[in-house]
Design a protein around this ligand. Structure first.
Ligand code: KIV
Ligand code: ZN
Length: 527
């Protein structure tokens, strides 16, 4: 199969989304196969140029996901990650080759610290880069190469290996700031200097890949574009290891809103941002912080009197972009207990949920139940309602829960679970209602998983608001995150915990975690 490298106008910046690879790599953000396919489809629809769909050698699951995303892709180039060895690259090609436009992305750590791990001399590593990029290019016309930890690599060595990769056939050179160490002025200078001094650099595309350890990822990415980079690597909501990656929505909106000083275009339909942001938050189990730029709950909320007064007179007094630009509907009226099926269907459609009749009937029953408990059902309530039911596996289900709590401890949780279709009940105690509830689950479904995170957020305002609860469990290095929403915080907690347990069961069935591959081990998969 032959493909052509991306050739776009000078003022076009390619958006390379790595939510499904670098984002999914962050502890606890594991997505199911179906969720990955869905996110890839949303990315393709929103106009992302390249989707890094996974790390095919990492597991059978990653391989299948990348292959299927490649098959279903419509416009985007589909890319897979491979370490600097033939086995990884071959496996990657086997997965991406089904795409209309495939890309192999191969990388190796080039800084002194990273060179020390495989214990290669500079010359040995240079040879390895030549051989592996040549191998990748013999398989695919579209090859991206990354010197991992580029921003801490000696300039002479970086320039040397970039030249080798270009000569071996790389069509994109990505310069990662792997540990989020660089500053904007350096980011721009590094790309500028590489383009000016490395032979052949003007024939290929430079990419920027920034991590957010010092909160400078977006600024560094935009500075790199000023320096000549024409591909930005990013993730939805900035998902990613540690402090995450450059957030797609931030760079895209910065380029749109400040086009006067950042005169580059992307192909992204910004009105699709909010929907995909919410979806990624749900499936990854990483809620978006309230004050996150562009996609945070408060990004368009105006609390203070002065701000509200200004907003009523002229929205531009305190808003540099319109909520509709990122796909947030304007003011929308809440539904209530008298709203009918047609109103619910219309509202769900507006929120991007198209439902078959039987699905709608089921949602309607749960909507009525919620409307009985809550005066007004807002858009966010409905989104939470629809999504909480998308259980990954139904092996363990909550049948009933009654909690007795108050000033006199210990608190009690009487619980019935359905486990593999058999009902089991228990009365457990604990230090508070949530602890008692989690103890009840452990008594009914014994497991060794450790609770790593428990987080509660209100979906909307008011004391009758639904609580969204996130729970993260860890068992033998496997991490699973569960989420749920309910007007009763303890019920939401129980459901979120059970959701995490079910996800853990799915993970148990997959191959054992390969820490070397998911982490930064990169030489020894054998070739
Ligand atoms: O951060 C990094 O260096 C990476 C590489 C694999 C490109 O994610
Ligand atoms: Zn990265």
């Amino acid at each position: 199969m032959t493909t052509t490298p991306d050739t776009r106008p000078e003022n076009r910046v390619l958006i390379f989304d790595t939510t499904l690879r670098d984002g999914e790599q962050s502890p606890g953000a594991t997505m199911t196969h179906a969720e990955k396919l869905e996110i890839a489809e949303l990315l393709d629809e929103m106009g992302v140029d390249i989707i890094e769909a996974g790390f095919p050698i990492a597991s059978e699951g990653d391989f299948k996901a990348v292959s299927e995303i490649a098959r279903q892709s419509r416009n985007a180039t589909i890319c897979g990650l491979a370490r600097a060895n033939y086995k990884d690259i071959d496996r990657c090609w086997e997965a991406v080759k089904h795409a209309r436009s495939p890309r192999i992305h191969t990388f190796i750590g080039t800084s002194p610290l990273h060179r020390a791990i495989p214990n290669l001399t500079q010359d040995e590593m240079a040879q390895r880069i030549h051989d592996t990029v040549t191998h990748a290019r013999n398989l695919c016309d579209n090859v991206q190469w990354s010197p991992m930890d580029a921003t801490r690599t000696e300039w002479d060595y970086l320039a040397r290996v970039v030249e080798i990769a270009i000569k071996a056939g790389a069509t994109t050179i990505n310069i990662p700031d792997t540990v989020g160490y660089t500053a904007p002025v350096e980011s721009a200078d590094l790309i500028r200097r590489l383009i000016a001094e490395v032979p052949g650099a003007d024939e290929i595309i430079f990419a920027t890949h920034c991590h957010n350890d010092l909160g400078m990822a977006t600024a560094n990415s935009l500075a790199a574009v000023e320096g000549g980079a024409r591909q930005i690597e990013c993730t939805i909501n900035g998902l990613g290891e540690r402090a995450g990656n450059t957030a797609l929505e931030e760079v895209v909106m910065a380029l749109k809103v400040r086009h006067d000083i950042l005169p580059w275009d992307t192909g992204v339909d910004t009105r699709k941002i909010m929907n995909i942001s919410r979806r990624v938050a749900t499936v990854s189990g990483f809620p978006v912080q309230f004050n996150k730029a562009i996609v945070g709950k408060n990004a368009f909320a105006h609390e203070s009197g002065i701000h509200q007064d200004g907003m009523l007179k002229n929205a531009e007094t305190f808003e540099i972009m319109r909520p509709e630009d990122v796909g947030l509907a304007g003011t929308s009226l809440p539904l209530g207990k008298h709203s009918g099926r047609a109103a619910l269907r219309a509202k769900l459609r507006e929120l991007g949920f198209e439902m078959a009749d039987n699905q709608l009937n089921d949602t309607f029953v749960r909507f009525k139940d919620l409307a009985d408990r809550k005066k007004e059902v807002y858009d966010d309530d409905l989104i939470a309602l629809v999504r909480q039911n998308e259980a990954v596996s139904d092996r363990v289900r909550l049948k009933a829960l009654k909690v007795i709590c108050g000033t006199e401890g210990p608190q009690h949780a009487e619980m019935t679970l359905t486990i593999d279709d058999a009902e089991k009940s228990v009365d457990a105690t604990g230090d508070g209602p949530v602890d008692a509830t989690f103890n009840a689950i452990k008594a009914l479904f014994p497991h060794e998983a450790r609770l790593q995170l428990y987080q509660v957020a209100a979906v909307t305002e008011g004391t009758d608001a639904q609580a969204t609860v996130s729970v993260r469990l860890e068992e033998d290095g496997r991490i699973a995150t569960g989420q749920s929403a309910d007007t009763d915080t303890v019920v939401a907690s129980a459901k979120a915990y059970i959701n995490a347990v079910n996800r853990l069961l799915v993970r148990r069935e997959k191959t054992a975690p390969n820490a070397d591959v998911k982490g930064v081990g990169y030489m020894d998969a054998g070739e």
